[in-house]
Ligand binder design. Structure first.
Ligand code: FES
Length: 130
């Protein structure tokens, strides 16, 4: 009698364990869906003048015909960078400073600003933000 109870118990355990194996898969799918759903595209007029400009989560750096698009999200704690001092991008929260290519000049941030992908469509810049 006791042996049969152990067999049922083992079978139940394996049944539960089999279902638990799906948890990481479900989390991975959820994360993938969430990652895709937070990305958005902003459309701004193609910058005509050289220099740095700030737009809805993106920093545009135009030099000659070259355009670089950086995320305005500071890599320290995520504040939005909205200010530059000459060619230096400055985070107003804790003072991290970045070059116009996104490299950290002074912390507390240690990682560079993310580059954002963009497309030029007619007279507009289509930027995919994170
Ligand atoms: S969030 Fe930018 S320096 Fe802290």
């Amino acid at each position: 009698m006791a042996k049969k109870e152990n067999q049922i118990s083992r079978r139940s355990f394996l049944k539960v364990a089999r279902h638990l194996l799906w948890i990481p898969v479900i989390f991975a799918i959820g994360r993938a869906i969430k990652t895709n759903s937070t990305a958005k595209t902003i459309k701004i007029p193609l910058p005509q003048n050289e220099g740095i400009s700030f737009h809805q989560g993106a920093i545009i750096v135009k030099e000659g015909k070259d355009i670089r698009v950086l995320s305005s999200k500071c890599t320290h704690l995520g504040c939005s960078i909205k200010k530059n001092e000459g060619e230096v991008l400055v985070c107003g929260c804790h003072g991290s400073r970045y070059s116009k290519s996104g490299e950290v000049l002074t912390g507390p941030a240690v990682d560079p600003l993310a580059s954002l992908s963009y497309q030029i469509k007619g007279a507009q810049l289509w930027i995919t933000t994170d």
